[in-house]
Design a protein around this ligand. Structure first.
Ligand code: NAD
Ligand code: UDX
Length: 441
C-alpha cells in the first residue's frame, strides 16, 4: 500500500519505518527541513534503539522516503497518517493547530480518495474537526472528493518503540465506515501475530481509549509513589508491598514501580488534557487532579531528602547526577524529573555534575553552558569531589557499579536513589548512606 506520514517525529518516523519494513511504500513528510535533510543524508534525528538500522534498510530497499514537499506527500499516500505533535495549550488542553494544519493541507491538495488517519493523541471530537477542515478546503477549491477519517492512536513507548510497534499488544482502530475498517485491517495484518490484535470501535471511543490508557498508567505510578512515602513513615518497604499486590492478576506487576516521578512527552500532557476534557464536559475526573499533584510532589522527593541531610544552604556543594533522560533508552528530556532536581539544586546555590548515556547533548541544548552544570562522559567522573550522588534514571549501566571505586571518588558515601536500583542491605554493607524511595533502610 502507499502510505504518507504527516509528521516525522518519534511516532511518525517509527510508524513509517515499521510500515515500510512489512512491504509498504512510505513517504514521510515534515515541515522541519533540518529533520528531513538529516534523514536524507542517512542520519536519525532521535535516539531510539534499533531505529537507524531499520531506517537504513528500508531506504536502501526504496520503500521509505522523506520529503518537505506537502503537495507531493498528499498525492503519494492512499492512507494519510497525521502524526504531528499535540502539545499542551496554556490551559492544559491539547493544542490542535498542527493537526488542523495537516488536515487543511490534505484538503488543499488531494485529487482522489484518501483515508486520513489520526495517529496523534487527540481529544475526543478531533476526527470531526479534521473532517470539517478537509471539507472546508475542498469547498474553497469547489471540488467534491470522497475521503474518510479514522482514529488509530499509538501506544508505543520510547526506548522500546520498534518492538512495541512490530509486536503490539493491541491495535485500536476507530472508524465510521466499512471501507476504512477493511483498509486498516489489511494494513495491520502483518502485525497481528498469532491472535487477533485489532480492536475495532467507533471513532470517539478510540480517541478516548488513548487518554484512558495513559491516565490509568499514570494513576498507578502516582498511587505507588504516594504509597512509598507512606511506607517510609510506617517502616514498611514499598518493594515488598509491590510484590505482594502485583502477584494478584487483577493488579499485575507492570507499572508499579515507585520512583522520583513520571515524565516524558505523553503522561504529563495527556493527563492534563484528559482533565481539561472532563472538566469541560461537566464530568470531572477528580482522581486525575490527585495524580498530577502527587507527581509534581514526587519529582522533588529526592531534594526533600537531600535538604534533610545537607540543609538548604548548599552554596559551594556539588552533587553528582546519574541519569538525565525521563527514562532509560531515550535522549528525551521532556518533563524529565532530572530538570526539576537540577533547577532546585541550582536555586539553593549547589552545582551539578551529570552523566547520561544518551541525553547529554539534549541537556546542553536546553541549558547551554553554565558554571553550575558540568557534563561528563562517564558515570565515575561525575562522582569526583561530589557531596553525594543522586540517581534519577534507571539506565542498566547504573545497576551494578563498582561500589569501592564510587566510595573513593565521592566526598562522602551518600546516595539518593530515585529509582530504587540497589538492595538497601547490600549497599549499606558496602558502607553507603542510602536514601531510596519507600524502602526500609
Ligand atoms: P514530535 O514532536 O517528535 O514530532 C512531530 C513532528 O511533526 C515534528 O517533527 C514536526 O516538525 C512535525 N510537524 C508539525 N506540523 C506539521 C505539518 N503540518 N506537516 C508535517 N509535519 C509537521 O512528536 P511525537 O513524539 O512523534 O508525537 C506525535 C503525536 O503522537 C503526539 O500527539 C503524541 O502525543 C503522540 N504519541 C507520542 C508518543 C511518544 O512516545 N513520543 C507515543 C504515542 C503517541
Ligand atoms: C508512555 C506510554 O507507556 C505509551 O504507551 C504511550 O504510547 C506514550 O506514553 P513513554 O512516555 O515512552 O510511554 O514511557 P513509559 O515507559 O510509559 O514511562 C513514563 C514515565 O513513567 C517515565 O518517567 C518512567 O520512569 C515512569 N515510570 C514508569 C515509573 O515511575 N514507574 C513505573 O513503574 C513505570
Amino acid at each position: 500500500m502507499k502510505i504518507t506520514l504527516i509528521g516525522t517525529g518519534y511516532v511518525g518516523l517509527v510508524t513509517g519505518t515499521c510500515l515500510a519494513e512489512v512491504g509498504n511504500d512510505v513517504l514521510c513528510l515534515d515541515v522541519d527541513p533540518r529533520k528531513i535533510d538529516l534523514l536524507k543524508s542517512g542520519g536519525i534525528p532521535i535516539f531510539e534503539p534499533g531505529l537507524d538500522d531499520l531506517v537504513r534498510r528500508n531506504v536502501a530497499a526504496g520503500r521509505l522516503q522523506f520529503t518537505t514537499d506537502i503537495e507531493a506527500a498528499v498525492h503519494f499516500g492512499d492512507i494519510q497518517f497525521i502524526a504531528v505533535g499535540t502539545p499542551p495549550d496554556e490551559d492544559g488542553s491539547a493544542d490542535l493547530q498542527y493537526v488542523t494544519a495537516a488536515a487543511r493541507n490534505i484538503g488543499r491538495h488531494m485529487t482522489g480518495y484518501k483515508l486520513v488517519v489520526d495517529k496523534s493523541t487527540v481529544p475526543v471530537g478531533t476526527a470531526d474537526r479534521v473532517r470539517a477542515a478537509i471539507r472546508e478546503e475542498l469547498g474553497s477549491r469547489g471540488v467534491d472528493i470522497d475521503f474518510s477519517v479514522a482514529s488509530n492512536p499509538e501506544f508505543l513507548k520510547e526506548g522500546a518503540a520498534i518492538e512495541d510497534f512490530m509486536k503490539p499488544d493491541r491495535i485500536v482502530i476507530g472508524t465510521d465506515n466499512e471501507q476504512a475498517t477493511q483498509l486498516l485491517r489489511r494494513l495491520y495484518a502483518p502485525f497481528q501475530r498469532n491472535h487477533e490484535r485489532l480492536v475495532t470501535m467507533d471513532i470517539r471511543s478510540a480517541e478516548l481509549t488513548k487518554y484512558a490508557a495513559n491516565a490509568m498508567l499514570a494513576t498507578r505510578i502516582s498511587f505507588m509513589n504516594e504509597l512509598a512515602v507512606l511506607a517510609e513513615k510506617l517502616g514498611a518497604d514499598i518493594e515488598l508491598v509491590r510484590q505482594g499486590i502485583g502477584s494478584d492478576p487483577r493488579i499485575g506487576y507492570h507499572f508499579l514501580y515507585a520512583g522520583c516521578g513520571y515524565g516524558g512527552s505523553c503522561f504529563p500532557k495527556d493527563v492534563q488534557a484528559l482533565r481539561r476534557t472532563a472538566e469541560e464536559s461537566g464530568a470531572p475526573l477528580r482522581v486525575l487532579n490527585a495524580v498530577e499533584e502527587a507527581n509534581e510532589a514526587q519529582k522533588s522527593v529526592l531534594i526533600t531528602k537531600l535538604k534533610a541531610r545537607f540543609g538548604e544552604a548548599l552554596a559551594g556543594r556539588r552533587f553528582a547526577l546519574w541519569g538525565l533522560a525521563f527514562k532509560p533508552n531515550t535522549d528525551d528530556m521532556r518533563e524529565a524529573p532530572s530538570r526539576v532536581m537540577m533547577e532546585a539544586l541550582w536555586a539553593m546555590g549547589a552545582s551539578v555534575t551529570a552523566y547520561d548515556p544518551a541525553a547529554m547533548e539534549e541537556t546542553h541544548r536546553i541549558y547551554g553552558d553554565r558554571p553550575d552544570l558540568t557534563l561528563v562522559d562517564t558515570p565515575m567522573k561525575a562522582l569526583a569531589d561530589a557531596d553525594a550522588l543522586l540517581i534519577v534514571t534507571e539506565w542498566k549501566a547504573f545497576r551494578s557499579p563498582d561500589f569501592a571505586a564510587m566510595k573513593s571518588l565521592l566526598k562522602a558515601p551518600v546516595i539518593f536513589d530515585g529509582r530504587n536500583l540497589y538492595d538497601p542491605a547490600t549497599i549499606q554493607r558496602e558502607g553507603f548512606e542510602y536514601y531510596p524511595i519507600g524502602r526500609r533502610v
